[in-house]
Ligand binder design. Structure first.
Ligand code: RB5
Length: 202
């Protein structure tokens, strides 16, 4: 039997007031005051190019997402997979993350059956902040609060329509230029470097 993913358009109850507050905060973004080079750019740049990868479980969805991006004038570097034949998702996670690490594209998209394997692999890469999203609220917040540079999605979890919606949100939402979010993202970087001292140990 073929599993048909539900069309999820779920918004948590706190979404509306939070959205109003976030919109108000977004207006305060001042690109000149952000002192972190990479994040300064991600707060201000318009995305014109993106790297996309998937495994066999997401091959059909990736084709649709790529077409959706190209229709919007976005250049897509498609690192595969290029067929529905069984393959290993870490290869494609690595190819997308490498492009983001090397600055070939600022952002990447990874799709597998659940998005879980891709997000696990992606988050093993230095400098990669991959957010697995299955709802619009998370797609917005993973850019605004986590400054995610890779969006992961599950082709067996969400519909094509929702995947395109999450993609659009991911590309069009800048990271918030606010000290508390920059501080927390910096803590993620410290965790990566092994130089992280939790508050509780201070
Ligand atoms: C492939 O069957 C599946 O395991 C893969 O697409 C993904 O869901 C792994 O996390």
């Amino acid at each position: 039997t073929v599993y048909t993913p539900p069309i999820l358009k779920w918004h948590p109850p706190i979404c509306a007031p939070l959205r109003q507050r976030e919109n108000a905060q977004s207006e305060k973004i001042n690109p000149k005051t952000n002192n972190h080079h990479a994040r300064k750019e991600s707060s201000t740049m318009k995305i014109t190019k993106i790297t996309v990868g998937c495994d066999h479980a997401a091959y059909e969805l990736k084709k649709k997402v790529v077409a959706h991006l190209e229709e919007r004038g976005i250049e897509v570097i498609d690192v595969g997979t290029h067929s529905a034949d069984s393959c290993d998702y870490p290869n494609f996670a690595h190819a997308v993350c490498k492009n983001v690490q090397d600055g070939v594209t600022e952002l990447g998209i990874l799709i597998c059956g659940t998005g879980i394997g891709m997000s696990m692999c992606a988050n093993k890469h230095k400098g990669i902040r991959a957010g697995l999203c299955g709802d619009v609220f998370s797609a917005e917040m993973t850019r605004k609060h986590n400054d995610a540079n890779v969006l992961c999605m599950g082709a067996r979890v969400i519909s094509f329509e929702l995947a395109c919606e999450l993609t659009d949100i991911f590309l069009n939402t800048p990271a918030l230029d606010e000290e508390r979010h920059r501080r927390r993202v910096k803590m993620i970087e410290d965790l990566e470097k092994g130089g992280f001292t939790p508050e509780t140990a201070k």
